[in-house]
Design a protein around this ligand. Structure first.
Ligand SMILES: NC(=O)c1ccc[n+]([C@@H]2O[C@H](COP(=O)([O-])OP(=O)(O)OC[C@H]3O[C@@H](n4cnc5c(N)ncnc54)[C@H](O)[C@@H]3O)[C@@H](O)[C@H]2O)c1
Length: 271
């Protein structure tokens, strides 16, 4: 799909991959880019920057963990822009931890990584169908196709995001709804490199696993690959090519894959 003339909404637009996507799609002459984030200042800075560059853009501050806030967002955007043609459900959270992960962290992970994408799809896909079609790009992660050592709630909820994307593609393809799911490994953002003092041992294991498994890409490189994949209407967006072979290894011999991952984890943990 070409993005020219399209009404585009990006969540998590205040920083990292979402900000890079907002900037990248602005160069495709869309009708509007709507920057959504709970970080009000960050989102409005990005929208201001796009507007200064000649792209119609505004920001909406939303806590995507809040169902009612998403419903209100859909209302505001429909009033202001008549709906959305392209939805990037990109915002996400990550918590290190295993079976000891706190209930609160699980809940936030479900709400932001899975239910926000469900609620955004529910809010915007009917309008897309009415207008003849649209495009949904959910940001999951390579963790949604494989796993993420040291980050159980992240691995589980990112699998949910992949499953949701696949379901929408199968069910709404006939309505001319295109779907892609973005599954990178390491990308240089605040999520992979949090501020000093915000890392625990599990986060360090999760980070080490990602850093050893492949290159760390810049968010701008990922945004370029997203737009190219949308042009080709590819479902899986894999900015790191080796994820495809890991995914295939996992599918073809899952027991061997699990044994290899367990050895990898032991090595990273120094056991
Ligand atoms: N950085 C990586 O290595 C990597 C790898 C694979 C997938 N991802 C995924 O990419 C997406 C973007 O993350 P990023 O790496 O750019 O990190 P980031 O921390 O730079 O950006 C995440 C953005 O989401 C926003 N956000 C978080 N919770 C929110 C909420 N409740 N409501 C509204 N906004 C909220 C944050 O304010 C932030 O602006 C996430 O879904 C993440 O899981 C990142």
């Amino acid at each position: 799909m070409k993005l020219r003339g399209k009404s585009i909404l990006v969540t998590g637009a205040a920083s990292g991959i979402g900000r890079a996507i907002a900037r990248r799609v602005a160069s495709e002459e869309p009708s509007v880019v709507i920057c959504v984030d709970k970080n009000e200042r960050g989102a409005s800075t990005v929208a201001g920057e796009l507007a200064a560059g000649g792209t119609s853009s505004y920001s909406v501050a939303v806590d995507l963990a809040d169902r009612e806030a998403i419903e209100l967002l859909a209302h505001v955007v429909t009033e202001q822009s008549g709906g959305v043609d392209v939805l990037f459900a990109n915002a996400g959270v990550s918590f290190g931890g295993g079976l000891d992960t706190l209930e609160e962290a699980w809940q936030t992970s479900w709400d932001v990584n899975v239910m926000a994408q469900v609620r955004l799809a529910r809010s915007f896909i009917p309008g897309m169908i009415e207008r003849g079609g649209g495009y949904v790009v959910n940001t999951a992660s390579a963790a949604g196709l494989l796993t993420n050592l040291g980050a159980l709630s992240y691995a589980v909820t990112k699998h949910g995001s992949v499953a949701l994307s696949e379901w929408i593609a199968i069910t709404h393809g006939r309505d001319n709804i295109k779907v892609s799911v973005l599954c990178p490994m390491g990308v240089r953002t605040n999520m992979l490199f949090p501020e000093e003092g915000r890392q625990n041992d599990e986060h360090r294991l999760a980070q080490a696993a990602v850093l050893e498994a492949g290159d760390v890409l810049e968010p701008e490189e990922v945004a370029d690959k997203v737009v190219a994949a949308m042009d080709a209407e590819e479902f899986l967006i894999l900015p790191h090519e080796n994820v495809r072979s890991f995914y295939s290894f996992r599918a073809n011999d899952t027991s061997k894959w699990i044994a290899a991952m367990a050895r990898y984890q032991d090595r990273l943990a120094g056991d």
